[in-house]
Ligand binder design. Sequence first.
Ligand SMILES: [Zn+2]
Length: 588
Amino acid sequence: MAIQSPPLTFTDSDNSSVIQYIDNPHLLTQLPNDPSTTALRLLSTNLETLFNCEVCSDGTISAASSISSSPRKIPIHKCILASRSPFFKELFGGGDTEKGKKDDYEMRELGKEVVVWYESLLVVLGYLYTGRVGSLPGGGICVCADTDCAHVACRPAIDFQIEALYTSSVFQISELVSLFQRHLLDVMDKVAEDDILMIFSVAHICGIGCEKLRSKCEEMVLNSMIDSVTIEKILPAEIANQIIHTRSVCKSQLLSLPEENSKIDIYSLPNKHIRRIHRALDSDDVELVRMLLKESPSTSLDDACALHYAVAHCDSKITNELLDLGLANVNHRNARGYSVLHVAAVRREPDFIASLLAKGALPSDVTSDGRKAIQISRRLTKILDYNRPMEEGMQAHNDRLCVEILENAETSHPILGEGALSLANAGDDIRSRLLYLETRVGMARLLFPKEAKIAMGLANVEGTMELALYNDNQDPAVDDLNDTPFKINQERLTRMSALSKTVEFAKRYFRRCAKVLDELMMDNDTIAFRGTETSEEKQQRKKRYQELQDVFSKAFFEDKRENDLSSISSSCSSSSSLGHRNSKIARR
Ligand SMILES: [Zn+2]
């Protein structure tokens, strides 16, 4: 996909900033040549030579990076930072560091309310050294995956501005806070409605220096089509209450304006009964939801927009339980005109999207302003993450998976029930079919952990026997996979059907992974039992199977350990070496 270039410089609508905008270094030489300007320019250039440089540094600040899987460190010089920022002056003021010992700080400890990435931190620290704010970070960090976007106010562009604003506020650099605030104010009319609440929350955290941005957000939220329940859930209580109160005053005026009637539902808070259903969902109690529906049959789950609520605010387990009740229309629209799938796209969690699609949500549905879920998803996804090569064994990025699932759902509609057909075709060879499926799903877990988890979740499959073998050699379900007699019981048939469904879902939503596994499994068909075989063939098959088990065993335990470590960041790799380990299987 071609990357459309965003505007690379910061705008400054009222030109009142004391900061020089130098997006083009050649401009430096064209500045007025009076002695004081020359001296300042020289000072800035000299200090720049120390920026992000280890020479004379006496500490580091690290932050998660969009580009690498591990956090990156920026060398700092405490004297420079302390002279430029009251925050650092106080932080370093203790001065009890041993001589020669460097202090390492983590950005997530310095500013705890908002996640700040390395690339944003670099721009703010760069300003402290040079007095200049350069160009936006490149490499697709501030550009979304929608080719029709100008990348001025899409989520990646806004995220950078918000992080830079918050970091400037934490470091108490007032002129930089005004700069980023003004830049955001300039693009607010282009920002997606769903992003306003996030900007509002950060402006609120930044406090008095961000009053203008805060007021603008308040005005926009007040008049937006964002429902009052969402406002109440996301914004701090005192702001939410104020907005809901103002809306309730406006509501009486709306009654006399027929063209504004659609806003009445949005402006209102739901009735007591619907509130109780929402509270039951908040406490993960679907049984209570069922009882409440019995108690008041006139209120349906759709009246309560219960699926919208669960997808926006609850975890995937409760959403799936609600879907399994079969009492809610998966394509129901809320007062704003959003389907449940649109809300799931905003949530940016691939398992919600996959669950809804599997239950029949229509990817082609559009919002009242004409956007499909895929468009919402692309505007939220950095092109960097969208184009990132997917390495086997690595945890895929959530945003990328959301886009991938929706893209695949738009272009293909395989018939459900392939699993059942495969089961029928297995005939007498059920043992080898089961082994094939266990091996395939087991491999998927190692090579594509997040995708496999989603597909297994959709089919209600927990764990794979391949891997269970290493945890419990006594497992009666698997210990005779290679030796007769093999009992075909209901448990095994149910398991086979669930595994088939897993493979089916994976083929539908993760074609990229399915293709790799197809090739791998074709290569490994030596493990399949063919009904009649010589004892030599049987020995060979057992040997090959044992080899595969060994590889799985090693890979699984190493990967599990690394997975636990890297679960902090969704974009982190679970194991960079796993792809290599498993490529051994592929080459056979
Ligand atoms: Zn964009």
